[in-house]
Design a protein around this ligand. Structure first.
Ligand code: ZN
Ligand code: ZN
Length: 107
């Protein structure tokens, strides 16, 4: 196979770093995925909304964003559909589902 000239960029081969950065970007896929997490952390703070555990730079990876209505495509910029939950509380939230929410109502 002969490489076809595609303008000036064909001369520049991607470095290993560039290639891995590209792969990472592709793996992140919908960039919005990491985007809403960052926004939610900014809005709600690095704290689990359920157990109140606080996270720092080292542990922040364990803090996840829960979608209150369960719709991952519903990402209002004001953060009203997001809840920051630690992985434990997040699991809990999903295993309880609607029934758990119903049972835990204070009234
Ligand atoms: Zn928690
Ligand atoms: Zn969730």
């Amino acid at each position: 196979m002969v490489a076809r000239p595609r303008g000036p960029r064909t001369v520049i081969l991607p470095s290993a770093e560039q290639a891995s950065a590209l792969v990472k970007r592709m793996r992140d896929g919908a960039e919005s995925n990491s985007n809403y997490r960052t926004k939610s952390l900014k809005i709600h703070g690095p704290v689990c909304a359920k157990c109140g555990r606080e996270f720092d730079a080292a542990s922040i990876g364990q803090l996840t964003v829960h979608h209150k209505d369960g719709n991952h495509h519903n990402n209002p910029p004001d953060g009203s559909n997001w809840e920051n939950l630690c992985s434990h509380c997040h699991d809990d939230e999903h295993s309880r589902g609607v029934l758990g929410e119903y049972l835990s109502k204070p009234e």
